[in-house]
Design a protein around this ligand. Structure first.
Ligand code: GLA
Length: 410
């Protein structure tokens, strides 16, 4: 409710920008009605995206195989619904300006039908600029046409990546950051309006790498989520630095509008099991979209077990939609807490150091988490009950995590 109200106020505030856009519905009321019914992304979107594993080497068959595996692995039933095609699907525009997919995607409508027939949803990718980041056709000056095209295929999710629009902004308003910002917001709002005008519920995901405090204005341009960082990589250093960039952003997230610290690398690169576990746990704590990005047909059982941990998924998808905050750090240990529906709480203790704790014992101070005395909870990686006591020594391997859910914190 709060979001709906703030969205329409925000749209009114952006009215001069809206006037620039083609095909804008006549009233702000109409605008928010269209998007609101039915509402999307009430919990962080879950699914799979092609980029982190395939990068540019993607074909339609890879998307079909991913969809097959999402079902066969049990991921769909655990909530992974969106199958998102990232960059490199785009072909050329015809004489009428209609974009066609390239030869690697011979029939987008048939692909969407296939994905839908599996009980999944389809996502796609574009840019407000003339070119995408990989140099394919972007949506500049074709926003309405592209949105209609996506809707005609049955697309349910759009990732809209700034890419070459940045150069456009700089050329149009050299040395004027404020004017560049207005151009960027207008470009994102324009696609939002084009999506609304289709009447199809489409999740709208902004990707501009977390520049210009996008969390402050993302909801005003209709975004359901916005990247808060540069591109993730499948190594601990990248994951840990993106995690730390999230401190302070919790208050911007909530049902319908989420911070996006980028897609999952679980199962990619040379991440250790502990690193995969910690990455997944922390993205769940952050109420981040859980978009797997690994090679699903060749997924190892231990990676599948991580992605399918229902208790951890439940933290991410908690109805309250409140993102975790960092309670404190001591040495190389970080402690994050997240408030959950029904008064429950999740606590994550992360060993970011390169040694086991046993050589540097870490003692958890419950009082620093607002807790009074010993607590009982569930260790979400062992599945066992755990008692947390005051100043309790905790031993964890390097880059490993203790993730505990406390149903009734005291
Ligand atoms: C940017 C985005 C990535 C990916 C690529 C595709 O780098 O941040 O997530 O979409 O573009 O070209």
């Amino acid at each position: 409710m709060h979001f709906r109200a703030s969205l329409s106020v925000a749209i009114l505030a952006l009215a001069p920008l809206a006037a620039l856009s083609q095909g804008a519905p006549k009233s702000a009321h109409k605008l928010h009605q269209k998007r609101a019914s039915p509402q999307v992304a009430q919990t962080p979107p879950m699914g799979w995206n092609s980029w982190n594993y395939f990068h540019r080497n993607l074909t339609e068959q890879d998307i079909r195989s991913a969809a097959d595996e999402i079902v066969a692995s049990g991921m769909r039933d655990a909530g992974y619904i969106y199958v998102n095609i990232d960059d490199t699907w785009e072909g050329e525009r015809d004489a009428n300006g209609v974009l066609h997919a390239n030869s690697k995607f011979p029939d987008m409508k048939a692909l969407a039908d296939y994905v839908h027939s599996k009980g999944l949803k389809l996502g796609i990718y574009s840019s407000p600029g003339p070119k995408t980041c990989a140099g394919y056709a972007g949506s500049l000056d074709h926003e309405g046409q592209d949105a209609q095209l996506y809707a005609s295929w049955g697309v349910d999710y759009l990732k809209y990546d700034l890419c070459s629009f940045r150069q456009d902004m700089q050329q149009q308003a050299p040395d004027d950051k404020a004017a560049q910002m207005r151009l960027m917001q207008a470009a994102y709002l324009k696609m939002d309006q084009a999506l609304r005008a289709t009447g199809r519920p489409i999740v709208y995901s902004l990707c501009q790498y977390g520049w210009d405090a996008v969390w402050e204005w993302g909801p005003k341009v209709g975004a359901n989520l916005w990247r808060t960082t540069g591109d993730i990589q499948a190594n601990w250093q990248s994951i840990y630095s993106l995690l730390n960039e999230q401190a302070g952003l919790a208050r911007y997230a909530g049902p319908g509008h989420w911070n996006d610290p980028d897609m999952l690398e679980v199962g990619n690169g040379r991440l250790t099991l502990a690193e995969n576990r910690s990455h997944f746990s922390m993205w769940a704590m952050l109420a981040a979209p859980l978009l797997a990005g690994n090679d699903l047909p060749n997924m190892k059982p231990e990676i599948k077990a991580i992605l399918l941990n229902r208790d951890v998924i439940a933290i991410d998808q908690d109805q309250l939609g409140r993102e975790a905050t960092r309670a404190y750090s001591e040495g190389e240990v970080d402690v994050w807490t997240r408030h959950l529906a029904g008064g429950a709480m999740a606590i994550a203790v992360l060993n970011a150091g390169n040694e086991r704790y046993s050589s540097h014992p870490f003692h958890l101070t419950l009082a620093r988490l607002g807790l009074h005395g010993a607590q009982k909870g569930k260790d979400l990686w062992t599945g066992k009950e755990i008692a947390l006591t005051q100043n309790m020594p905790i031993e964890l391997g390097t880059h490993d995590i203790l993730l505990v859910r406390i149903a009734k914190p005291r």
